[in-house]
Every structure is written in structure tokens, then in C-alpha cells.
Design a protein around this ligand. Sequence first.
Ligand code: ADP
Ligand code: MG
Length: 266
Amino acid sequence: MTRVVVLTSGKGGVGKTTCTANLGMALAQQGQRIAVIDADFGLRNLDLLLGLENRIVFTALDVLAGDCRLEQALVKDKRQPNLALLPAAQNRSKEAITPEQMIELVSKLSAAGFDFVFIDCPAGIEGGFRNAIAAAKEAIVVTTPEISAVRDADRVIGLLEANDIKTKRLIINRLKPAMVQEDQMMSVQDVQDILAIPLLGVIPDDERVIVSTNKGEPLVLEKKLSLAGVAFSNVARRLLGEKVSFLDLSAPHDDLFSRVRRLFRG
Ligand code: ADP
Ligand code: MG
């Protein structure tokens, strides 16, 4: 059985593509065969985050048009053979494919024996969003702890509900613990209270994420994992059903060091 997971948010720029690249790589490192689909037709960038942009020959649209086989369009990661990218075509409108075509692509990937298919959703809740969720059985909702992102995530959760996607889990990205402590940023608990779906993970804000994006090397490839890298790797383990403890930001008399220690133990 292939697990088909869409990563979505409503608001753009909150970290969907970053999460897709890092979780995809982390799951592959943990022995899962995974295909990541860039469903952002028109504004693709998953290939850049994975550093695979120069290796694209065919795209999902060529597969659908019958111009190539699925295997020809899939770009295998050189560093991690369990990971493959199905690229989107650039310079076409977001309506370039239909929900039915997305379902067709995903069923081809299932038939090819992947354990996971991750679908990186475009921003917004228009056509591109509907295509991206059409084939998904599970959703990972990504938000930052900002009111505008949380509000959009809430709308998206409603739409996922309406589309019968029952398994919905939350990633809170770009958390700044020091700001939370000073009451200048929503806490994990605040966000969870509003969105009321199970928490899959919390990723700290870390400039190394931006550096890794620019290098095309997901953080989870680092030899000595940074905090954000550990957080991504923990999310992957939770997806596989492992119990991994969370950053606890609500604990009284807490300090950054004990949180860091707990994260590493987890
Ligand atoms: P989306 O796909 O939702 O539009 P991206 O994954 O492209 O968002 O991320 C938007 C920007 O935020 C990128 O520049 C990325 O490097 C940065 N970013 C994402 N997650 C983090 C993080 N945890 N810490 C710091 N920067 C981040
Ligand atoms: Mg994106």
C-alpha cells in the first residue's frame, strides 16, 4: 500500500516545499521508497531544494501526454536512491493538469511500488490546490505561528474535511522559542488550540534551513544534524508510527537548554 500525503498550507512561504524536501529525504534515509511530486505547476521549486534541477529531462506533463514513461520522468536522487522526484513543468498555467490526471499520476506511482508519495501543494485554495489534494489520503498541514498563516491553515483544514481527507496532521514551522517565552509569538499550544488536529512536529526557525535551500541540500543530509534537522527526522519517524517526544514549550521553569536536550534525546 502506498501512502499518498499532500503537504498544504493555504498561505504561501510557510515551508511546504522545505518540509517536502526534508521529510522526503528523511523517510528515504529511513528505508522508505518515496516519490515527491511538485504540484506547483507554474512555479516549481522542489527540484531546486533537492538540488535536482539540472537532471530534469521529462516532466509529469510528458508522462500524461504519453510522450515518455513514468520511469523516464522520475529523477532519482544521487545521494539517496530511495528518493525520486516527479517534476512539474514550468511556464504553464496552474490549471495545466486536472484532478483526474493527478489521480492517474499517483496510481502510476503506486503501481511502481513506492511506499510514500508526497505531493507538494501550491499556495492558495484555487485550482492548483484542488489538483494537489485530489489523490491524497493523508494531509500534512504546515503553518508558521503567525495569525495570518494559522487562519489560512484553518480554512484549508475545512476544505480537506469537505474533501474527505480524514488523516490530517500539523507541522508548526519556524518557531522561535525565545519569542514564545516573551509572549511575542503564538505558542505551539495556542496554534494547536485553534487548529485542533494532531501535532506531527515543530520545526525551529533556523537560518541553516535557508542556506540548505540555496545549496540544494536538505538539512537532514548533514552529518551532524542541526536542531531543525533532528526535528525533521523526528517527524519522519512519527509518520512511520514511532513514538518520539516533542519539544515542550509550555513546561514551566523551562529553558532553551533543557528543550534542546529533550529534543536530542527524543
Ligand atoms: P512554501 O513552499 O510554503 O511556499 P518554502 O518551503 O519555499 O515555503 O519556504 C519559504 C522560505 O522560508 C524559504 O526561503 C525557506 O528557506 C524559508 N524557511 C522555511 N522553513 C524555515 C525554517 N524552519 N527556518 C528558517 N527558514 C525557513
Ligand atoms: Mg512551495
